[in-house]
Design a protein around this ligand. Structure first.
Ligand code: DGJ
Length: 526
């Protein structure tokens, strides 16, 4: 019998493809709330909702503190029950390893780690105060965590390799130092005075597009010796990035040596240019740090941004320009959750799109705390409307899956989102200019979401329009007139896009509905 290959990222014709069972796969996903995986009953409800929303994958945490309550004694029951539940619902999983570092802090380390600050020292902030973050620069933390992570991967392999419900592992979560630019413990200070590896300097010099084109030229001095003289004002952040990268690389190496699933690290991004390292975790794989991370953590398959900005275009571009697949493990669940999926998948060939707190989509409160979100600008404000649109979108993407994976990452496919304040837009696709008119203003309280779509040129004269809330006009760039041979509404049936009503007469337009749908047009020019 042919051996079943593991999920993996492949580069095919210059584009990154996630292969699952040897077929291209897009994760139409959501990340669950942090505490969700610790309760089987809670997860049952989450899974029910995920199935209804047409998610094919969930991102779910696993907790070191529950796996190894006592040193060297392992209990994987919460991992198993989650995998079993997902399997029963035909949903794949990305497991998020909440180990030594979660949103900078070390709250998921077991108590025996927290309580032994001799074996497991803390980082020290710039006021010389120990923090809630474990330090990588001394003590036993790396060795101990490697041992546990290896056990964990051995367990996932034994429990799941025949099923392959688990597709990937995120190693740690949003690492970096919060509240300070770096670790100021004694051993970290010594390391900061060390000579920067010449290879790192050479690598950055070669790859300077990422690190230096993101406004860092002024900081970079390739001839220097220690971190400060090489990287100037950005030295602390680069130093922490390098060491977190190396730390996670060690975990990934040991994990992959037993079960070779794709592994990645995620980043807490800046929310504005005025933010300084320490306002956001200093040392995470932010766009500016991608090349430092790539150098320090070659065992990782990719780095990914948690995007809570409303306009995600620039971040998507930064990660894909750095030759990474776009994988969005977390994003807003407000009015931007749905439209941004069209941009991420349509324009940037995303292999994963996941609103955070997926089980709270549709609710104006967190499912776990039941706390209401009162600030209307909050990224967590959701509503039944958002639920309906997300469900219709994932359903449509599911039906269009083979088309999306076939054309994704090529010039024949793109995606767009209505911008705040704009009622029209346009873009070029080969010999056509595609004009867009949106039906409604962007407004947080209305009955509609910001419009969005994906356009695919299926062959020379056939275009597929997916999305909602817009009308499209085609103009030829070579001064010819454009007319339609046919306009066909498509329906999602039995997991496929099938041809439905033929549009003509009063409906002789590419006029999308208010809810996500698809239209295929054949054109000719004269
Ligand atoms: C980002 C973190 O990565 C998640 O685990 C969660 O804490 C969200 N923030 C909450 O918005």
């Amino acid at each position: 019998m042919k051996k079943r290959r593991l999920p993996r990222i492949e580069k095919i014709n210059e584009k990154h493809v996630l292969m699952v069972d040897d077929k291209a796969f897009i994760m139409l996903s959501g990340e669950v709330h942090n505490s969700a995986s610790s309760s089987e009953t809670y997860m049952e409800k989450v899974l029910e909702k995920a199935v209804d929303l047409k998610c094919n994958t969930l991102l779910t945490p696993v907790y070191w503190e529950l796996i190894e309550k006592d040193e060297d004694v392992y209990d994987f029951s919460h991992v198993d029950q989650m995998i079993r539940g997902a399997r029963a619902n035909d949903i794949k999983l990305v497991l998020l390893w909440f180990g030594s570092f979660k949103n900078s802090l070390s709250t998921y380390a077991p108590n025996w780690v927290k309580l032994d600050q001799v074996r497991f020292p803390r980082t020290v902030d710039n006021q010389d105060k120990p923090t809630k973050i474990l330090s990588m620069f001394s003590g036993e933390i790396l060795e101990v965590e490697k041992k546990t992570f290896k056990k964990f991967m051995e367990h996932v392999k034994a429990f799941d390799q025949d099923h392959q419900t688990v597709l990937m592992i995120q190693v740690e979560n949003e690492v970096g130092i919060l509240g300070s630019t770096r670790d100021y413990s004694e051993d970290a200070n010594k390391a900061f005075m060390n000579q920067v590896s010449e290879n790192l300097v050479r690598y950055i010099n070669q790859k300077d597009k990422g690190i230096l084109s993101m406004g860092m030229n002024e900081y970079f001095d390739g001839d220097g010796a220690d971190w400060k003289s090489v990287f100037g004002d950005r030295a602390e952040e680069v130093f922490m990035s390098y060491h977190y990268g190396q730390y996670i690389n060690e975990l990934a190496l040991v994990g992959k040596s037993v079960y070779d699933l794709p592994m990645f690290a995620n980043a807490w991004l800046k929310s504005g240019e005025n933010e300084k390292p320490g306002d956001y975790p200093s040392g995470g794989p932010l766009a500016e740090m991608i090349h430092v991370w790539k150098y320090a953590a070659p065992a990782l398959d990719f780095l990914s941004p948690d995007i809570y900005l409303t306009d995600i275009d620039e971040v998507c571009r930064a990660y894909t320009d750095a030759d990474l697949p776009l994988f969005i493990p977390e994003t807003r669940r407000d009015i931007w959750a749905v439209p941004n999926a069209y941009l991420a998948i349509g324009k940037y060939n995303a292999i994963c799109y996941a609103p955070f707190g997926i089980e709270s989509v549709g609710e104006n409160m967190s499912y776990i705390t039941q706390a209401k979100h009162t600030n209307t600008e909050d990224k967590n404000v959701s509503s039944p409307l958002i639920y309906d649109y997300l469900k219709a979108t994932y359903r449509l993407f599911h039906c269009a899956h083979s088309t999306l994976t076939r054309f994704g990452g090529t010039e024949s496919m793109t995606g767009f989102v209505q911008k705040q304040g704009g009622l029209s837009d346009k873009f070029i696709m080969d010999d056509l200019e595609i004009g867009l008119r949106f039906y409604h203003e962007v407004n947080r309280n209305g009955e509609n979401l910001p419009a969005a779509g994906i356009v695919i040129r299926e062959d020379l004269n056939t275009y597929l329009f997916i999305g909602y809330g817009y009308e499209a006009y085609l103009t030829s760039r070579d001064n010819l007139q454009v007319d339609y041979l046919s306009i066909q509404k498509l329906y999602c049936r039995n997991g496929e896009l099938t041809e439905g009503m033929r549009l003509n007469g009063d409906e002789y337009n590419i006029r999308m509905e208010e809810l996500p749908t698809a239209i295929r047009v054949k054109i000719y020019k004269f």
